[in-house]
Design a protein. Sequence first.
Length: 361
Amino acid sequence: MFTHSEISNGSLPMGTLALTFDDGPGAAIGEGPGPRTGQIAQFLHGLGVRATFFCLGRHVAEWPGVLAQIKSFGHLIANHGYDHAHLAELEAVGGDVVSQVARGEAAIRPWLDAPKALFRAPYFGWSAAVANALNADLRTHLAHVGPLGGDIDGDWMYWGSGGDPADVAQHYLETIRARGRGIVVLHDSSADSAVARAGNGALEAVRLLVPQLLAEGFTFVRGDEIPEVSAQMHLPTKALLTSAGGRTIRLDGRGTSDRPPAPSETDAAAVLFHLLPGGKVALQGAHGGFLARTPSAADGLGFTAATKDSARLDLISVGPNRIGLRTEDGDYLFAKEAGSGALKLGGDSLEREAVFSFHLL
């Protein structure tokens, strides 16, 4: 899910840092400055430090092998969008913010540790309108936690002007000492400037900075270990599901129904969406059972108390706040017009009766 404001370091204990890198991956040739994502990941691993790398989709396409290195060293791979677009500005002119985030997530998906990806907006360009647009695409909403903010930043100002990594390390060291904790933002590459990319000295800055911080007693956590992030990483999404005809779909344990919920029954009528590996979803009713194909049932649907992995469905985004649901066998769920129950299994196309609206709770 995407929050209206950035996730901060609010619950990090004093002396704790989340070390993060933006705009990679990258791999310079030869010695000297330049993007060196894999070497940074390896160096930190040697110190027992785990970091978070917010990767750009377009750079992943150029350097896919680097992500395997990052993951092998125990670091977290996270989403920084595809083209480094300023999302608040893009949304304000009617641009497609969902595509930017979804394409970035698709690029890093093979190297993620969990179904959900942590997200940081390029330039920290964020607004409530961006959050609403992303949450209106249920697949993108389910696949993310974010956006993560940052407290200690500024290396990017040095790399385009030939800045000394020692000056960068000193700037960060003084800021961290003054604040005592925080989310540290460094750049292992540059998205916008070839000059800054060629002059990137993050590897040398990290070699100077991190050993000193360890010597002073600071500890490091990955982005998914920040309390405000970890609390959301495995939570399902609660929503009301409505048919094209405006009927609320209830998963009430004995079957599905379209009895409208009273205000006091909202939680009982809610559907829990669980994101599963491979981008599949499982739908859980308030009674705890998961909606699943049941050949013996008249409508082809029933409930299982087994693990949600046995109730896998394809989630299809149809438009803002609209979805389709399909079994792995290719059958769509659709709303019945009459008779007992509200859902039926069958059909091989995404017609009107197979399109549902959702309202996040």
